[in-house]
Design a protein around this ligand. Structure first.
Ligand code: SF4
Length: 190
């Protein structure tokens, strides 16, 4: 699989489209190709290219459960500018690939949350935002609250706090992007 670097006939000194360890490796490959006469060509494993595309185009499902959801909504406002990470909120599970569970998971909501998760196409990821979604938070040992959303669906990233600030969610999204980018390497056991 070949991709063009920024500026078409780019070289080591030019800004690449991406700035990850993979992109740096790709630029090293580019230097090798230039020496061999294949100027302007970068080689990359398809799985790494797909991971790069996936992490740069995350569509979180828009739904919230309690007070943490207000912080999540605030995080989507222009001040934090999640668009620059390729994060676009989406009001349907059918096209979303990230579920941000923001708020208290009461037992009555457990089944609807599971259903929404199952309606999302794979690959998909889950962020547990706040103490309630992580472990029940202040409602520990409550008769009506699930002690963490990971009791019903798998969670990839936990964002601590009660509530976490938008910057904490931003950090959680960056951690998720790192995890997605590393998935091909981890699958190969590297
Ligand atoms: S973690 Fe705190 S702020 Fe978030 S939903 Fe629970 S009680 Fe509300």
């Amino acid at each position: 699989m070949n991709i063009e670097p920024a500026g078409g006939q780019g070289g080591i000194g030019q800004s690449p489209v991406i700035s990850t360890p993979e992109s740096r490796m790709a630029l090293q490959n580019l230097a090798a190709h230039q020496k061999s006469g294949l100027s302007g060509v970068i080689t990359l494993k398809t799985e790494e290219l797909f991971a790069m595309a996936r992490k740069s185009s995350l569509w979180p499902l828009t739904f919230g459960l309690a007070c943490c959801a207000i912080e999540m909504i605030s995080a989507y406002m222009p001040k934090h500018d999640f668009d620059r990470y390729g994060v676009v909120t989406w009001p349907s599970p059918r096209q979303s690939d990230v579920m941000i569970v923001a708020g208290t998971v009461v037992k009555k909501m457990a089944e609807p949350i599971k259903l929404l998760y199952e309606q999302m196409p794979a690959p998909k990821w889950v962020i547990a935002m706040g103490s309630c979604a992580t472990c029940g938070g202040p409602y520990v040992r409550s008769y009506s609250v699930v002690m963490g959303v990971d009791q019903i669906i798998p969670v990839d990233v936990y964002v601590p706090g009660c509530p976490p600030r938008p910057e904490a969610l931003q950090h959680g999204i960056l951690e998720l992007q790192r995890k997605i980018q590393d998935e091909p390497r981890l699958k190969r056991g590297l």
